[in-house]
Design a protein around this ligand. Structure first.
Ligand SMILES: Cc1ncc(COP(=O)(O)O)c(C=O)c1O
Length: 217
C-alpha cells in the first residue's frame, strides 16, 4: 500500500481483543487508519478511529486549536460522542485489560480450539476449527480455511443447526464465538459437553446434507 500510496486501514473493532496493541502489534503491521469499537467501551455503544498525522489535514479546524497544546482540533461531531457512560465503562474496561488478562484469554481460546478439534475427531465429524486468541469457530467444510473464499465453502445451514442444537442444551453460540474474561474452566467444560451431545444429534442432518463431512468407520 505504501508503494501505491493507498491508506491501509485496520478494522480492529473485534481484533483489539487479541493483544494490548490489537492485531497490528501482533502481526507487526502499522496501518494508516485504525478503527476501534466494542471492547474500548466495555460493551456500551462506542466507536473511535485513529490515523497518521498526515491524514488528519482534511478534518482539522485550524481556527480552533486546543489552547494548551496549540494543536488543531479535529472536526468529528456527533450526538453520542464521548458519552459519559460509555467513557466510564471504557476506562474501567481498559484498566482491567492488563497483559496477563490477554494471556489468560488467549490460553482459554487455545484450549477451546484444541478440545473442539479433538471432539470433532472423536465423533468422526470433519469440520475446520478456526480462530486466534480468544476467538474460535467451527466451519463446515473439508477444505483448509485460510481466506474468505475457503471460508465461504462452509455449509451455513449446519452452523444454524449447531446453534439451535446448542441453544437446546443451554449454550448460546452465534456468529462470532469467543471466550471472554468472564469465561471459567467450568463454562468450557459445560460447552464441550453440550457440543458433544449436539454433534451426536446433528449426525443424521450432516449425513443428509454433507455426507462427505462424516468419517466412515
Ligand atoms: C469487525 C467489525 N467492524 C465494524 C463493526 C461495526 O461496529 P459498530 O456497529 O460499533 O459501528 C463491527 C460490528 O459488529 C465489526 O464486527
Amino acid at each position: 500500500t505504501e508503494n501505491y500510496d493507498i491508506p491501509l486501514i485496520f478494522d480492529e473493532v473485534i481484533t483489539f481483543r487479541l493483544s494490548p496493541g490489537g492485531a497490528q502489534s501482533l502481526y507487526g503491521v502499522e496501518p494508516d487508519i485504525t478503527t476501534l469499537g466494542k471492547i474500548i467501551g466495555g460493551g456500551l455503544p462506542i466507536g473511535a478511529y485513529a490515523f497518521r498525522e498526515a491524514l488528519s489535514k482534511p478534518l482539522e479546524i485550524p481556527e480552533a486549536p486546543f489552547p494548551e497544546s496549540g494543536k488543531p482540533r479535529i472536526g468529528f461531531s456527533g450526538t453520542f460522542n464521548a458519552h459519559p457512560l460509555s467513557m466510564a465503562a471504557g476506562i474501567a474496561t481498559l484498566r482491567e485489560l492488563r497483559p496477563q488478562v490477554y494471556e489468560h484469554l488467549n490460553s482459554l481460546g487455545r484450549r477451546i480450539r484444541m478440545e473442539v478439534k479433538a471432539l470433532l475427531d472423536e465423533k468422526g465429524v470433519v469440520a475446520q476449527v478456526i480462530g486466534i486468541g480468544s476467538l474460535f469457530n467451527i466451519l463446515w467444510t473439508n477444505e483448509e480455511v485460510w481466506d474468505y473464499r475457503s471460508a465461504a465453502t462452509s455449509d451455513m445451514g449446519l452452523s444454524h443447526c449447531l446453534s439451535l442444537a446448542l441453544i437446546n442444551r443451554g449454550i448460546y453460540l452465534r456468529a462470532h464465538p469467543n471466550v471472554s474474561t468472564a469465561t471459567t474452566g467450568e463454562d468450557v467444560r459445560r460447552f464441550l459437553e453440550a457440543l458433544g451431545d449436539a454433534l451426536e444429534a446433528l449426525k443424521p442432518i450432516i449425513a443428509g446434507r454433507t455426507p462427505h463431512l462424516l468419517e466412515r468407520r
